[in-house]
Design a protein around this ligand. Structure first.
Ligand code: 6AU
Length: 260
């Protein structure tokens, strides 16, 4: 059997057992997009406007819901409507990092009730495997999916070597997990999706340690599946629609190239 990165998103989706991976691959194929928008804006109006404009070109809208200064439940309802209108999944980039019992409360309850509306969320495995079990108790009954932060994009990050390897082991044995945040394909033991942040066509980084690599390096060479792009699309002076189209094309071309 060919490596997962040599197979089409469509065929991986058809065979996949995980409800979110299945939905993600089907969406990517339908929209010919492996682009996720990191919508790090700070108001409800900006987030909704950006999601509506860029929605047609993305497979996943990634949010940091706790940076929205005027959050309310109507925002979530409108995001869900946009997710249906434009056919994308919602990923709340919460980066859970506490013991299983605490993350259960944080994921299912509180002000944000993340599990009610986010198809995807992510966590660090610093506390051990209980964090995955806690999140799974809330997310599995709702058909949600989890990504582990096997690596990070920032300068000097500590998720390397044995720590990354532990992420891979835990991902393989926990059905709620359908993939990773990281820079490459990590394993052939199970079809786990990699989503990669720190992607830029022009900039090399920012003043706070972010590092950017190109879609071609990430998708064609490293075998990752989804590029996550934020400021490269909506940054100062950018035409968000034009940039989203450009990144979508770059990501999709890089995918077609790796299938050759
Ligand atoms: O393209 P940018 O630099 O404007 O935005 C990158 C987005 C931000 C980060 O919170 C997130 O990607 N991110 C993550 C994620 C997705 O978990 C992990 C990481 O290692 N680096 C990173 O930038 O919303």
């Amino acid at each position: 059997m060919a490596s997962f990165s040599q197979q089409t998103y469509a065929s991986r989706g058809e065979r996949h057992q995980h409800p979110v991976a299945k939905q993600l691959f089907a969406t990517m194929e339908r929209k010919q997009s492996n682009l996720s928008l990191a919508a790090d804006v700070s108001t409800k109006a900006e987030l909704l406007a950006l999601a509506d404009k860029v929605g047609p070109y993305i497979c996943v809208l990634k949010t940091h819901i706790d940076v929205i200064s005027d959050f309310d439940t109507d925002l979530v309802e409108q995001l869900q409507a946009l997710s249906i209108k434009h056919d994308f999944l919602i990923f709340e980039d919460r980066k859970f990092a506490d013991i299983g019992n605490t993350v259960k409360l944080q994921y299912g309850g509180g002000v944000y009730r993340i599990a009610d509306w986010a198809h995807i969320t992510n966590c660090h495995v610093i506390p051990g495997e209980g964090i995955i079990q806690g999140l799974a108790e809330v997310g599995v009954p709702k058909g949600r999916g989890l990504l582990l932060l096997a690596e990070m994009s920032s300068k000097g990050m500590l998720a390397t070597g044995a720590y990354t390897d532990k992420n891979i082991e835990m991902a393989v044995r926990n059905d709620f997990v359908f993939g990773f945040i990281g820079s490459r394909r990590f394993t052939e033991e199970r079809d786990l999706v990699t989503m990669t942040p720190g992607v830029g066509l022009h900039a090399s980084g920012d003043a706070l340690g972010q590092q950017y690599r190109t879609p071609e390096l990430i998708i064609t060479e490293n075998g990752s599946d989804v590029i996550i792009v934020g400021r490269g699309i909506y940054g100062p002076g950018k035409d968000a629609v034009a940039e989203a189209q450009r990144y979508r094309e770059a990501g999709w071309d890089a995918y077609l190239k790796r299938l050759e």
